[in-house]
Design a protein around this ligand. Structure first.
Ligand code: AMP
Length: 373
């Protein structure tokens, strides 16, 4: 295991907001940042010391990144696996490429979660629509069919309530193989962010309760308003998955909480996660600082929540109403990611509010009139 020290350079594949927040955390300690992103002036490019502008799978660009970096990490999982694998042979990539290979494909991801012993919804995998039709009775209805590759924020998914609707899922197969999983009548969605270094030291951040609107994360409420028994099961499941996958870095584990208090794992992301942004203000260690510690071979810090908190995402349509009202909310921590165009539904920033009363603050957010549907 190498220890990477301030003054050395951390290379980040991906220049979005996650890369930016990782970079800001690293720069506080005096690291230098190099970023690879296809666009100039990306959110991370704006704060990086070295900006390499090229597609993620450009061999020359990856070569250049490895030359200037003492360690390389990534901010998202949809990078070219083969390219990343080759990079692990030339550069120091302590996270490896295996977790990216697994989480890029829902079929592999589900199988590995199951192998770790953590609970998943009953599911089947199908390469073709005909195979789906043949196997669907194994899980029944209602169910959700999801493309194995490339879906996010509810894209590439179809919910089916009965056999008559099956045809609606046929289009998904033009994209990739699919999984179909039983629809889980959940009460809440929560996420556990677990972080681990090469020495095997690992910690979970306080667990977030996630509220989605139009399939996009809207709010994360911390601590999640669930029984302590649920919190324990959730941490245990995340630990099982992290040790099974020999995690280095960060893994976000999204879960459903059922009415009987049991949990079911929905999906994984091998990187800092939107539902962990609250930790920047609300914890003694943010997910980004801990991620940098993990990939630089530093000891990890046991996370502690300073106060209950709510994180609200700021999408394109929320930027104007938020900036108009900033003066009304001195206690809100405003984060905007420096994206040029405030397109509708595009994640432009977030707000974190530490509070004595989650319920009062939820009401305050509602009444602010910023997050209208
Ligand atoms: P995903 O892209 O897998 O995170 O799914 C997006 C959203 O669809 C989730 O946040 C849930 O609200 C819903 N969803 C996904 N899978 C299931 C399931 N098996 N049962 C019920 N709801 C689901």
């Amino acid at each position: 295991m190498k220890t990477i020290l301030p003054g050395q350079t951390i290379g980040i594949i991906g220049g979005g907001q996650l890369g930016r927040m990782m970079g800001v955390a690293a720069k506080e300690a005096g690291f230098r940042i190099a970023v690879l992103d296809p666009t100039t002036d990306s959110p991370c490019g704006q704060i990086a010391d070295i900006e390499i502008v090229a597609p993620y799978n450009d061999e020359h660009a990856l070569e250049e990144l490895s030359k200037v970096s003492d360690v390389i990490t990534f901010e998202f999982e949809n990078i070219d696996y083969e390219g990343l694998k080759r990079l692990t042979e030339k550069a120091y990539v302590p996270q490896g490429a295996e977790l990216v290979r697994i989480t890029q494909n829902r079929i592999n991801e589900k199988a590995e979660i199951q192998k770790s012993g953590a609970p998943v919804a009953p599911y089947i995998a199908a390469d073709t629509f005909d195979e789906l039709v043949q196997k669907i009775d194994q899980i029944g209805f209602p169910c959700i069919v999801k493309t194995a590759f490339g879906g996010y924020d509810g894209k590439g998914q179809v919910k089916l309530d009965s056999k008559e609707q099956l045809e609606e899922a046929s289009g998904l197969f033009t994209h990739s193989s699919c999984i179909a999983e039983a629809f889980v009548p959940f009460e809440k969605e929560i996420s556990v962010i677990i972080q681990r270094n090469l020495a095997g030291e690992s910690y979970c951040l306080p667990i977030a309760e996630n509220i989605h609107k139009h399939h996009i994360l809207h709010e994360s409420i911390v601590p999640a308003r669930v029984d302590s028994n649920v919190l324990q099961q959730a941490e245990k499941a995340a630990e099982k998955i992290a040790s099974h996958l020999e995690l280095v870095g960060t893994l976000a584990v999204e879960m459903f909480v059922l009415t009987d208090g049991k949990i079911v794992i929905n999906e994984l992301a091998p990187r800092p996660h939107n539902s962990g942004h609250y930790s920047i203000e609300a914890c003694n260690i943010s997910q980004f600082h801990q991620h940098i510690r993990a990939v630089c071979g530093w000891p990890l810090r046991k996370p502690k929540l300073w106060a209950p908190s709510i994180m609200v995402n700021v999408l394109g349509e929320h930027v104007e109403p938020l900036t108009e009202r900033i003066a009304n909310y001195p206690d809100w921590s405003i984060h905007l990611y420096g994206k040029a165009e405030a397109k509708e539904k595009r994640k432009m920033g977030h707000v974190t509010i530490m509070t004595e009363s989650l319920e009062d603050t939820l009401q305050e957010i509602e009444q602010s009139d910023i997050w209208k549907d």
